[in-house]
Write a new protein. Structure first.
Ligand code: CA
Length: 225
């Protein structure tokens, strides 16, 4: 899941980027409204978190630009001002939620997950499955044969990607860009290592094996027939 953060205050921006990345999201950070709009229109995001007071174009103008372009990703606004007019204006213009600074990160994360769930309700299931493996997108839990499997945030994102695109061979560069938000560098074995760990947790001791390496091409999760 990819999130755009538009925040000019360096400390808050870095805090959000780091916290969301640790929670398993891929995050792009824009430090002003114009960069934010540029990214919002050029890339595919599942959600945008936007500060109201921004240099250049403010959060409201950003919101209008995004909606005018036909982008319907959910937008969560952040504001230091708790004026009722602000809240009303934001919701009228098409903001999906509004959070007043300062906020607890756990509160932000809860709102983010609610918005993502609401935004994807029509097209997405709450559970992803392959054989007896289950990934619960809402509770962020994974189990196999009813046994709980503990995954790190990155492992969870990796498994989510593999499950969403079940049966499809995913290249390492695609996995790198979707899960790590980095360009694939052949010197790093971060993906191999993560796949190996994930496979040990998900496949060791279970049948059928679900995660497979396709030599020279990448990885696939499928129920062998
Ligand atoms: Ca600001």
């Amino acid at each position: 899941m990819k999130i755009l953060v538009v925040e000019d205050e360096p400390k808050t921006g870095d805090y959000l980027r780091q916290g969301l990345a640790e929670a398993g999201f891929v995050v792009d950070l824009a430090r002003n409204g114009l960069d934010g709009l540029h990214l919002a229109l050029g890339e595919a995001y599942d959600l945008a978190i936007v500060d109201v007071m921004l240099p250049g174009i403010d959060g409201w103008q950003l919101l209008q630009g995004i909606r005018r372009a036909g982008k319907d990703m959910p937008l969560l606004f952040l504001s230091a001002r708790d004026a009722v007019e602000d809240r009303v204006k934001g919701l009228e213009l098409g903001a999906d939620d509004y959070l007043v600074k300062p906020f607890a990160f756990s509160e932000l994360l809860a709102r983010v997950r609610t918005l993502l769930r609401r935004g994807s309700k029509a097209k997405e299931p709450e559970l992803l499955r392959a054989a007896d493996l289950e990934l619960d997108l809402i509770r962020r839990r994974v189990s196999r044969s009813g046994r709980k499997i503990d995954l790190t945030a990155k492992e969870f994102s990796l498994l989510e990607l593999l499950l969403r695109r079940q049966g499809e061979v995913l290249s390492r560069s695609l996995i790198a860009s979707q899960v790590w938000d980095m360009n694939f560098d052949s010197d790093t074995n971060v993906i191999e290592v993560a796949i190996r760990r994930l496979r040990a947790k998900v496949d060791d001791g279970f049948e059928p094996k679900l995660i497979r390496t396709v030599r020279g091409m990448g990885y696939v999760l499928e129920v062998a027939t």
